[in-house]
Design a protein around this ligand. Sequence first.
Ligand SMILES: Nc1ncnc2c1ncn2[C@@H]1O[C@H](COP(=O)(O)OP(=O)(O)OP(=O)(O)O)[C@@H](O)[C@H]1O
Ligand SMILES: [Mg+2]
Length: 288
Amino acid sequence: MTVVIPSVRPTAPSSPDSSSSVDAAHHASALPVSFRALRRTFGNGNAAHTVLRDISFDVRRGEVLAILGPSGCGKSTLLRAAAGLDAPSAGSVDIDGTPVQGIDSRCAFAFQEPRLLPWHTLQANVAIGLPKGTSVKQGKSKVGRLLELVGLDKFAKHRPREVSGGMAQRASLARALARNPGVLLLDEPFGALDALTRIKMQDLLLDVHAAEPTTVLLVTHDVDEALQLADRIIVLGKEASAGQETEHDGATIVRTVDVPGDRPRNRGSVELARMRSSLLASLGVDGH
Ligand SMILES: Nc1ncnc2c1ncn2[C@@H]1O[C@H](COP(=O)(O)OP(=O)(O)OP(=O)(O)O)[C@@H](O)[C@H]1O
Ligand SMILES: [Mg+2]
C-alpha cells in the first residue's frame, strides 16, 4: 500500500494546479463525498471508450463504503476522480460540498503495492504524509502515535527491507493517516497479502477507523472483506438494457447493499453468507 504524496501530478490535462487544494491540516475529521452524474471516457472519436457512466451516490461522513466490480470496470478510475488524480469527462465529485478540482489534500490514497521509500526508516516514511506546515514537535508526536496505532512503534527505526509485507502495509496506512485525511481512498489495499495477514489488516483498519474518524472508500475484489468492513457496498457493472449491446457504454452502479450489524462482524454468520452468495451472483459468479 502506498500513499500519493502531493508532488504527484494529475494525469488529466484539465486538472488545475494542486496549490488550489484545501490545506490538509484543517481536515482532521471525516468528510462527506458526493458523486454526481460522473462519466469518464478515454480517447476520442472512434477510439473513444466510456469506462464509467451515470455514477451518482453519496458517502456519509465517517461511512465505510466498499466498491466491488469486475476487473477493468472502472473502480480505480472512480477513486482517482475522488482524489483529483483524474478529471471526469462529465459530472463532478464534491467533498464536503466543495468540488474536487486537481489533487485534493483532503484525501489520502493508498494502493495495493507497498512503495515505501527504501532509504528511509518507517518513522521517516510515515512523516512524509504529514501536512505541510506541521511543526517538528507535532509531527514527531503524531508519527509516534500512528506507529503505535498500527503496532509498529518498536520498528520505527527499521527500513522497509527489514520488515514483512504486512508491516510495510501498516506503515503505509500510517502514512496515509498522517495527513489527517477527511477521506481515505483504499484501492485493494490488502490484495497482495496472504489470507491470515489480510484478516489481521482488516481488523486493524476497523481499529484505525474507530481511532481516527475518516470517511473510507474501499475498492476490493474480496466480497468477504467488503462484508466485514463496509457499512454499504456498491457494485459496479454493465447494465444490460432491452437486449441492447452495452459493452461500450461503460459501467454504472448496478446494486447498492446496506450491510447490517455492528463491527467486528461474525465471519460465520448465516446472514453474511447469504449476502456473499447474492453479491457473487451480482458479480457474475454463481453457485458459491
Ligand atoms: N489513463 C487511461 N487511459 C486510457 N484508458 C484508461 C486509463 N485509465 C484507465 N483506463 C481504462 O479504464 C478501464 C478501467 O480501468 P480501472 O483501472 O479503473 O479498472 P478497475 O476496475 O480498477 O480494474 P482492476 O479491478 O483490474 O483494478 C480499463 O479499460 C482501463 O484500460
Ligand atoms: Mg483497479
